[in-house]
Design a protein. Structure first.
Lengths: 192, 348
């Protein structure tokens, strides 16, 4: 273990071999708050975050990197080539028993890139955000400036039981901001 | 109303009072139906050590049966305001105009929800932005914003609007007088204007922690297909915010756009510039990219208050996403463009 404190006052350690090339695999946050691997053409949940809308969470398991990383993640529409959502932020990893770093608090949203998906993505490309494949690309840069990236094709899916109908409405191709998507909890339209 | 700590030192309160500049109450003209319509809040107290957020719900008046096209707005804001935002009310999630108290100020009638659900961010997901201001200047409380020639806001008679006002009278921001906000919407004389569209974007789940003191967050907002002209923008963060930048983005690159693509920068968190009169045209299929740079510093309310709001329980004195100025942080974009796309835009 190599511990360090950057000039900024930030504390971090190196997970793995500090001289070896960084390695990453992409994970997402499951609906029940676990960091789970993302497989090629596997489903990735569209999740209702506190601010509303639906996001896709992208994180990493990583090795030979610092425990604090800057992560950037994007979701690209394969048909048009457009990026429908992109986000970057610092995340923290904790050493797992197998020697890899994984999201320090896997249930917490701040441990992942929060990629905006709905209602922005579907409005932008006029396609459903669910049930279609998109390319999820993740890039990390550690505190020593070392980088790694990985991509995987994913199929976003409305997966939270409490927001299923709202998600399918809010993430649909023809959705217009402010249109009534009565959530499963029972909500009325306050519009004119 | 939210308390920001157990108490504030008496010296701080005295200093706030003794250093307060003089202030002449603002006035806005009362508009005739031929001119447009206005919204006024009552005068309200903002006690020392507190921040208040009120949500005023008002119906757009019927000025003759047809849609109302607005080409100019004038806001007037007592100093101490953290922000005022106007949204169109859509899906009700907690914040419910029907549960507000009736209020009347001049010809403005409606209901008001004070604090409580008015602080909840879950309501904005499908409430299109109309207008906003973060001005807090005792020497000049007015902001006049004329839309580009041939461009106008469109309102339907009976449409419900929500005017949200946030005042802070604490350490990082002070309200030397009482809170009060007004806005006038002036009709355009143009026969067939193009409709203004709005874009509201916010970065969620942000953290600014003692152990990671200079975090940078960035996000993108893709716009629908077509050619759009960005005419105004402002960024919003709290006192840990150091630099807010917004760029035109091609919609395909996943690295920060080149410097020449930047069209907004703010290094002033409590009175950020509102860039108007722009004519930025993102590439077709593109949108905007924004970056918020923060710098942690010891909280004026103490780490215990900040830690209590950290649902991760990290004990790292982390400022987390939220509306309260002292213990929370934001990274929000308010942007105005034309012609309006098939929908207003919200990027979460």
């Amino acid at each position: 273990v190599t511990a360090a404190v950057a000039c900024s006052g930030e504390a971090f350690e190196v997970i793995g071999d500090p001289l070896a090339a960084p390695l990453i695999t992409i994970v997402t946050r499951s609906v029940d708050g676990r960091a789970v691997p993302v497989s090629d053409l596997g489903e990735i949940p569209l999740v209702h975050p506190p601010q509303g809308g639906k996001v896709v969470f992208a994180g990493v398991r990583a090795r030979n990197v610092t425990s604090v990383l800057q992560i950037t993640a994007s979701l690209r529409d394969e048909e048009s080539g457009r990026i429908v959502g992109h986000e970057g932020r610092p995340v923290m990893l904790a050493r797992a028993p197998d020697g890899w770093g994984e999201p320090a608090q896997p249930a917490e949203l701040s441990n992942y890139a929060n990629i905006p998906a709905c209602p922005s993505g579907n409005i932008a490309i006029q396609r459903d955000m669910y049930g279609r494949s998109y390319t999820l690309k993740v890039r990390v840069e550690d505190r020593r400036g070392r980088t790694a990236e990985a991509s995987v094709r994913v199929v976003p899916a409305c997966a939270e039981p409490a927001f299923l109908e709202q998600c399918r409405c809010e993430c649909a191709a023809g959705y217009v901001l402010g249109a009534s998507c009565v959530p499963d909890g029972g909500v009325v339209d306050g519009g004119p | 109303m939210r308390a920001l700590g157990a108490f504030l030192p008496v010296t701080v309160i005295v200093a706030a009072c003794s250093s307060a500049p003089s202030f002449t109450a603002w006035t806005l003209e009362e508009l005739t139906p031929a001119q447009g319509f206005g919204m006024r809040t009552p005068i309200f107290e903002v006690p020392a050590g507190r921040e208040v957020q009120h949500c005023y719900f008002v119906d757009v008046p019927d000025l003759g049966g047809s849609d109302i096209w607005i080409g100019r707005t004038v806001t007037a804001i007592n100093p101490g305001s953290h922000h005022m935002n106007v949204f169109r009310v859509r899906t009700i999630v907690g914040l419910d105009p029907a549960r507000g108290e009736p209020f009347q100020e001049g010809s403005t009638r409606g209901t008001v929800v004070r604090d409580g659900e008015c602080f909840s961010s879950a309501n904005w997901a499908d409430w299109p932005l109309v207008a906003n201001s973060q001005k807090s200047n005792p020497l000049d409380p007015y902001t006049t914003w004329k839309l580009p020639d041939g461009v106008a806001h469109r309102f339907r008679p009976g449409e419900k609007l929500m005017l949200q006002v946030h005042y802070v009278n604490a350490t990082t921001q002070r309200t030397p007088f009482r809170g009060r906000v007004g806005i006038n919407f002036y009709k355009t004389a143009e026969a067939a204007p193009q409709e203004l569209g709005t874009l509201f974007a916010t970065q969620q789940s942000i953290r600014i922690c003692r152990s990671n003191p200079t975090p940078v967050f960035h996000g993108t907002c893709a716009m629908p297909a077509g050619t759009f002209h960005i005419t105004a923008v402002n960024g919003h963060f709290h006192s840990r915010g150091r630099r807010f930048r917004v760029y035109s983005w091609d919609g395909r690159s996943d690295t920060t756009p080149p410097p020449e693509s930047r069209f907004y920068e703010s290094t002033t968190w409590d009175d950020p510039p509102m860039a108007v009169g722009l004519d930025v045209t993102p590439p077709a299929g593109g949108g905007v990219w924004w970056t918020c740079e923060f710098e942690w510093r010891p909280p004026t309310v103490g780490c215990d208050v900040v830690n209590a709001k950290d649902r991760q329980g990290a004990g790292d004195c982390c400022y987390t996403f939220g509306p309260e100025v002292e213990p929370n942080e934001h990274c929000n974009v308010f942007l105005y463009y034309w012609p309006k796309a098939t929908s207003d835009i919200f990027c979460n």
